[in-house]
Ligand binder design. Structure first.
Ligand code: GLP
Length: 265
């Protein structure tokens, strides 16, 4: 695992956007896995800037979002579809028909989950998956106890997640009790994964995810099983990592090596 520790959320956003931009330039028809939440917002702002100021072209890009509340109308301001439109898609030259978000109004959510998995396969799989992390270590809406081999499915949200997300709704009772979410097994099939985390509130989840045992009680710890994962986190989120100084050293050494290789070539 690669752990990159930077100063603040702006830096996290910039580096994540640069990674996405590199992929789009190398593979204009790439498939991105996207996340919602407050953490990726600086990254999405930077992607919009790269599109508007530097011509980053999204016209052939396909995206799959991790999750959506259920039931929820996609036009509801708190739906993840609405979030993605307002914070990213509306500002890019992306074809909305190629932006997939689970349907919060699907008449048969179980069937819809199967359909969603099929669409990911038909698109050729996800090249780069962006992830956030919940305070309890959840990724997407895979709450503690989720099977590490799980696929896209309907999940019942924990009280903790409902409480954390109620800040966005008018009343706590308005938070949907279910979600449709990619499974941990689905996420692990992405070719590359970048997990973003910022703020001291995420420090414990980050510690458990990187340095704790692989356990369904911390769904993000399953990422230890993936060969290409980068944690892009700020100082506050890194504050509980036992090996923090070592990760910084490894990153500096890797950067130095890259420069040396470039100088030789
Ligand atoms: C939600 C989402 C997750 C997200 C998490 C953290 O529960 N389903 O995908 O990673 O919240 O959100 P935030 O970035 O706002 O802390």
């Amino acid at each position: 695992m690669e752990v990159i520790i930077v100063e603040d959320e702006e830096q996290v956003g910039k580096l994540a956007a640069q990674e996405i931009a590199r992929l789009i330039r190398r593979k204009p028809n790439c498939v991105l896995g996207l996340a919602t939440g407050s953490t990726p917002i600086p990254c999405y702002k930077e992607l919009i800037r790269l599109h508007q100021k530097e011509g980053l072209d999204f016209s052939r890009v396909t995206t799959f979002n991790l999750d959506e509340y259920y039931p929820i109308d996609p036009r509801h301001e708190q739906s993840y579809r609405y979030f993605m439109n307002v914070n990213l898609f509306d500002h890019l030259n992306i074809d909305k028909a190629r932006t997939f978000v689970p349907d919060g109004m699907a008449p048969d959510p179980y069937d819809h989950c199967k359909w969603y998995e099929e669409q990911i396969k038909l698109a050729g799989g996800i090249d780069l998956q962006i992830l956030g992390i919940g305070h309890n270590g959840h990724i997407a809406f895979n709450e503690p106890g989720s099977s590490l081999a799980s696929r896209t499915r309907v999940k019942t949200l924990t009280e903790e997640t409902i409480r954390a997300n109620s800040r966005f709704f008018e009343r706590p009772e308005d938070v949907p009790r279910y979600a449709i979410t990619m499974g941990i097994g689905t996420i692990l099939e992405a070719r590359k994964i970048v997990l973003l985390a910022t703020g001291a509130g995420k420090a414990e989840a980050i510690r458990r995810s990187i340095e704790g045992p692989v356990t369904s009680m911390c769904p993000a710890s399953a990422l230890q099983l993936h060969p290409r994962v980068t944690y892009l986190i700020d100082e506050a989120a890194a504050s509980r990592l036992e090996q923090k100084e070592y990760y910084k050293y490894v990153y500096q050494m890797a950067e130095q090596l890259k420069k040396k290789i470039l100088a030789i070539v």
